[in-house]
Design a protein around this ligand. Sequence first.
Ligand code: FAD
Length: 451
Amino acid sequence: MKPVAIIGAGITGLTAAFYLKRAGVPVTVYEAASRPGGVIQSLRRNGFLAEFGPNTILETSPKIAQLVRDAGLESRKLATDPAAEARYVVRYRRPIEMPGSPPGFFTTRLFTLGAKLAVLREPFIAPRRDGVEESIGQFVVRRFNQEFLDHAIDALVAGVYAGDPHKLSLPHAFPKLKALEDKYGSMIKGQILGARDRKKSGEVAKDRAPKFSFDDGLQVLPDTLAQYLGNDLQLNTPVLKLTRTAAGWTVKTAHDERDFASVIYCGTAYRLAELNVEAAQIPDLRTFAEISYPPVASVVLGFGRQDVAHPCQGFGMLIPKIEGFKILGTIFSSALFPNRAPAGHLTLTSYIGGARYPELALLPEEKLVETVLADLRTLLGVKAKPVFVQTATYPRAIPQYNVGYGKYRQLLTDIEAAAPGLHFAGHYRDGVSLGDSIVSGINIATRLLPS
Ligand SMILES: Cc1cc2nc3c(=O)[nH]c(=O)nc-3n(C[C@H](O)[C@H](O)[C@H](O)COP(=O)(O)OP(=O)(O)OC[C@H]3O[C@@H](n4cnc5c(N)ncnc54)[C@H](O)[C@@H]3O)c2cc1C
């Protein structure tokens, strides 16, 4: 079996390496940072568990559960508490539970009669078939109305991408919504009729997919995969240069140069822009620096249960920009899983920054905490100081699949064609969720395995 180099030990690179190694392929994983996991980062301290990056994995594909089984982690997997299904969206400056059923939708205070009528009208609006790439904002206003965008979708978009609905591309950032319109002519019809098709393929809609983590947080998954890789994973080792040779690729780091049959790039788009790749007819990689990754800060606060008026029983709350708060949303972390807070306490994880307020993510810790606390006092009735404080700032958090993103995806395909043996996988190509990255890692490993 010919050796494969993998650049990046985030979940994509680790997953690809795990499956290749299990099949007997010699792998070397190069990671610039001192720890595996990329943006996944869990920290346990004083009985609290802080999860700075992703909080849950959405099980949208059977491949995700398969990885957990293959990694031997079935017994450490934790499903979210079924009692914590409620999701809140802020309106009239307070969190209102999102309706979970059609009758609930028509009685909720979250939307006015105008938005409710817009939903009833949606199946009768002709699909757009002129091939023009819309933003998710344009799409929602066209098929529903402005209120639906401002009071619901804006918040959901902040929750997934920390992004701007007027910039995010419908076909690239929300391909499933686009596919519903293309196939069924309507979102509502597609939700109903598409259920049968999804059942057949084993795929699960994001809003219905089970969510899970592990007993000690999501970091358990990359740590376990890294352990399996042992010395095949080299931390603190950024790849500096790739050179095409007659037989494959030479990978250069600060320590050495080694030859491989193929290379999988599982890093970030902005680091790809800096990579020195020596091969004939390679397009200019600096283009990838154009992809926006706005900063996000995660602020994890622990409180005495009695010091928060809101029950915080649910997944969390999302906050539309129009409501005028600074935070993008808050996850009720200790309601989701046991052991996230000591008895009599709760953990709240809030996000700040993103495309909405990038400058706020870069505030010093003290100011971050002050800003989050001001919003939580109004929204959740926080009455005292937190007893646990941990923050982490991601200066470049999540790539924005904005209108025109197809150019970058096409460029990756062109490079793969011009430079055989060089492959690209991960969050900047195959979707920004953790589940998407796992599936991306599995798919690239499968493609490289001899059949
Ligand atoms: C704050 C935050 C919250 C999130 N919440 C959720 C959530 O709740 N649910 C969900 O599904 N998803 C969530 N996501 C998204 C999800 O976590 C990511 O999409 C996914 O983890 C990306 O994995 P990856 O391996 O593709 O990339 P990364 O995790 O970015 O890993 C890339 C790795 O490559 C390394 N690297 C780059 N260049 C080089 C080089 N030249 N040489 C060596 N190494 C290099 C980097 O150091 C890094 O470790 C969140 C993301 C963030 C930032």
